[in-house]
Structure formats: structure tokens, C-alpha cells
Design a protein around this ligand. Structure first.
Ligand code: SAH
Ligand code: SF4
Length: 418
């Protein structure tokens, strides 16, 4: 989401005749877009911006800005602690960037949260080659007890279908092959009478859209209408990110996740009933307040039952201002670390087993870049979002090719164009 927001900001700056540079010494404006969802990311962001402070000696006109969720959360405090910062902008105030950069007295701060802002009508300046991020809704009304998002990004609001269609058509014209629809709760999209399945279908029917992905859906909002549309359209990737967070119903309740362990497993069954080969990935938090060994075993149990295709796994970190902060952070650090290791190891084994089962099959892969290790190899993704390192011959980035998978090692699949 932050990458997509950064592209919106870059689009606004391009419109004011600024040009992107990869060289910080050349820049007249440096904005660091920040995430506050977990502790690591937010401290890194501030450290990153501080790194540029000395550039002001050579370029006194340099504008340094902190934008996004950390800016929203820390507001005035940041300017007191880091007086070299000129701009502090929350996620709903990017439209003001041209005006603030050109005219305002610095430092300035705007962290107004909007009930309407969806950045309709702005064209992002894209930084990718194959996939175009298209943000369709913003904010979150779910208030999971561990999560800071509803406080930094405000309430849910969705863009009109027509404006999304215009942006997708433009991206296709510009040569993008894949569209990823984005939202904090992408499948609770709701604009007037339109719901997420309607939008998904409309986008799938736009000529030239080779692949559609979406992230991040909430299990509560996965319904049969969505699964039906996914099944009916070949260009909608058979891949769903379904954040579990925890396996024990007791913990899910404390997390305010609105589903039980059984309900989550029912959603998984439904997905597989509609699309037996659909990949399912997840997010898991270990060490939430009150998580006993028995509760943690339930997380392992769900992992064994579902066998996820991939998982983002985290130790719980208390986020100031959230409801969970009032609960004692009572799982010792070493226990959190040990639980995290156990799920990482389990997930690795599951992934390898799943990948090995693909050896000998032919997969349709969209090539999206070069391998970092070997420039003779390219990388691409299967419909189910699995990364394949491939000997692609003359096939180019952006091409869809049939690939024979010949090996699975660690977390990687290896293939050659069939
Ligand atoms: N909207 C998505 C998740 C967005 S946040 C959903 O509802 O699932 C991305 C992930 O960060 C979450 O799924 C969660 O696993 C993790 N996360 C969020 N807050 C956290 C916290 N306080 N500690 C550890 N992990 C956290
Ligand atoms: Fe955070 Fe929960 Fe909203 Fe996801 S659904 S963004 S975890 S509050």
C-alpha cells in the first residue's frame, strides 16, 4: 500500500515538474513513506530519514519529509525530536504536497484524516515494469486489537468503479500486464451498490488485463460471490491471502478478529471447493498476550490442516494506542522467538513439500524480472503467485510463458520455458 501511495506522491510531484532521481545528493525533495504496523519498520523509517540530514549543508533548499503512518501517529512529537524535518504528512494529505512544497513556510505538518479521500483522479507515477498497483479502498473499520491501521489510516472508504476502470485501462495502455487491486481490507470494498465481486468482474473484463491479483482480504469478507467470480475468470489469479493471525479461538477473540478457528477452516474449505488448486497464503502473529503453549499448538494445528503456500510470520509487538496494549504483554521474548522459529520451520517444510509436488508440471509464468544471482536467468510468477527462477531463452519481461518446473530447492522453484 505504501508503494502505491509513493507512486501517487511521485505522480503529484511529476505534475509540478519534479523528476525522480536515485541519487540522494541530487534531490531537492526527499520524502520517506513510513509504515507503523510493526515496531521494526517504524524505527527504521526515522533512521532512514535522519541519514539525509547532512545533505542540507550542501543544499539548504532541500525539503526533508516524513509521510505516512508514522507521521500520522507521532505528529507534533516528530518536529520536536527531529527539527531538521520540514514536512510531516499523514496518509490522507498527499494532495496538498504541491502546495506545501512550493508555497508553505516550513516546517509544516498536516495529519488530517479524511472520511472521503481515495485519491480519485490522480495518476500514479509507476515504478514497476509488469505489475500495476491500483488502490481501490483505504482505511479499516475492523479494529483488530493489535493493529494500529484504523488509527493511522482512518475509516474505510472506496473509490468509484469508473475511476478504477479508467486507471486500469491507462495502466494497460502503458504496457502493464498485471493489475493488483489494493486495500487494507480489499474485499470489504463498497461503493454505492457495488461490492468487491462486482468490481473484480468488471476489471477482469477489461481487454488486455492478463492477470488480476488483490490484497489484502479479510477472512470475514470472503463470500461465495467473490469465489464464483474468481473461478469464472481465467485472468483472476487463483491465489488468496487469508490472514489467520492465530489458531486458537480464545486468542482470535482477544484479537477481535471476528472469526473462530472453525470458521477460518470453513473459509479455507469453501475456497478449495470452488478452486481446488487455489494457493492460500497467510499472516501469523505469535506471542499475543495470553497465548499459552496450548493456544500456540492450535496455530500449528491450523498450519498442518491448511498447509499454506506461504506465510508472513511475526512476533507480537505492542502498538501504542491499540486495545491490546491494555493487555499484559506476558509472553516472554525468548518464548516468542522460539514460537516464531517453530512456525517458520514448519512453513518451510510445507512450502518445500508443496513446491516439490509441482516438479514435472507445466505452469503458466508471467516473467517479471531478471534473477539477481544470474543475469542469464529470469524470474516470474505462476498464477498461484509462486516465484520461479527460469531459463527463459529469448522470452522477455512481461511475457506469459509455459514453463516446465524441473526442481524445487529451499523456497525456490526452477523451471525452463517449455
Ligand atoms: N489487513 C490485513 C493485515 C494488515 S497488517 C488483515 O486484516 O489481515 C499486516 C500484518 O501485520 C497483519 O496481518 C499482522 O499479522 C501483522 N501485524 C499487525 N499488527 C501487528 C502487531 N502489533 N504485532 C505483530 N504483528 C502485527
Ligand atoms: Fe489491521 Fe485488522 Fe484492519 Fe487488518 S483488518 S488492517 S489487521 S485492524
Amino acid at each position: 500500500m505504501n508503494e502505491a501511495d509513493s507512486e501517487i506522491i511521485a505522480g503529484l510531484l511529476e505534475d509540478c515538474n519534479y523528476r525522480a532521481t536515485r541519487v540522494p545528493e541530487e534531490a531537492d525533495i526527499i520524502l520517506v513513506n513510513t509504515c507503523s504496523v510493526r515496531e521494526g519498520a517504524d524505527s527504521r523509517a526515522i533512521a532512514h530519514l535522519s541519514q539525509y540530514k547532512n545533505l542540507k549543508k550542501h543544499n539548504p533548499g532541500l525539503t526533508l519529509g516524513l509521510v505516512g503512518c508514522v507521521a500520522q501517529r507521532d505528529r507534533g512529537k516528530i518536529l520536536e525530536q527531529k527539527p531538521f524535518i520540514d514536512l510531516v504528512l499523514g496518509p490522507d494529505t498527499y494532495r496538498r504536497i504541491p502546495e506545501l512544497i512550493i508555497h508553505a513556510n516550513k516546517p509544516c505538518i498536516d495529519v488530517h484524516l479524511s472520511k472521503q479521500e481515495v485519491y480519485e483522479g490522480l495518476m500514479p507515477f509507476r515504478n514497476t515494469q509488469v505489475n500495476a498497483w491500483v488502490s481501490i479502498m483505504r482505511g479499516c473499520n475492523k479494529f483488530c486489537s493489535f493493529c494500529i491501521v484504523p488509527f493511522t489510516r482512518g475509516r474505510e472508504r472506496s473509490r468509484a468503479v469508473e475511476s478504477i476502470v479508467t486507471e486500469v485501462k491507462k495502466a494497460i495502455q502503458d504496457g502493464y500486464q498485471e493489475i493488483t487491486l489494493l486495500g487494507q481490507n480489499v474485499n470489504s470494498y463498497k461503493h454505492q451498490e457495488d461490492r468487491f465481486p462486482d468490481l473484480l468482474k468488471t476489471v477482469a473484463l477489461i481487454p488486455g488485463v492478463k492477470r488480476i491479483r488483490f490484497t489484502s482480504p479479510h477472512p470475514q469478507d470472503v463470500d461465495e460471490a467473490m469465489l464464483k467470480v474468481m473461478r469464472e475468470h481465467e485472468n483472476i489469479c487463483k491465489s488468496i491471502h487469508l490472514p489467520l493471525q492465530a489458531g486458537a479461538t480464545k486468542i482470535l477473540k482477544l484479537m477481535n478478529r471476528t472469526y473462530s478457528k472453525e470458521k477460518y477452516l470453513d473459509v479455507v474449505d469453501k475456497i478449495r471447493e470452488y478452486m481446488p488448486d487455489c494457493s492460500i497464503t497467510t499472516d501469523i502473529i505469535v506471542g499475543f498476550p495470553g497465548e499459552t503453549d496450548e493456544d500456540f499448538e492450535e496455530t500449528l494445528d491450523v498450519m498442518d490442516r491448511v498447509v499454506f503456500d506461504n506465510a508472513y510470520m511475526f512476533k507480537y509487538s505492542p502498538r501504542p494506542g491499540t486495545a491490546a496494549v491494555k493487555l499484559p504483554d506476558d509472553v516472554p521474548e525468548n518464548v516468542k522467538a522460539e514460537r516464531l522459529n517453530r512456525i517458520i520451520e514448519k512453513q518451510k517444510a510445507h512450502l518445500l513439500a508443496k513446491n516439490r509436488a509441482l516438479v514435472g508440471t507445466v505452469q503458466t509464468v508471467l516473467i517479471d524480472g531478471f534473477s539477481k544471482k544470474d543475469r542469464d536467468e529470469k524470474i516470474g510468477r505462476t498464477d498461484t503467485n509462486k516465484l520461479v527462477i527460469l531459463k527463459a531463452g529469448s522470452a522477455c519481461i512481461g511475457e506469459m510463458v509455459k514453463v516446465l518446473i524441473f526442481d524445487a530447492v529451499g523456497v525456490s522453484l526452477f523451471g525452463k520455458v517449455d
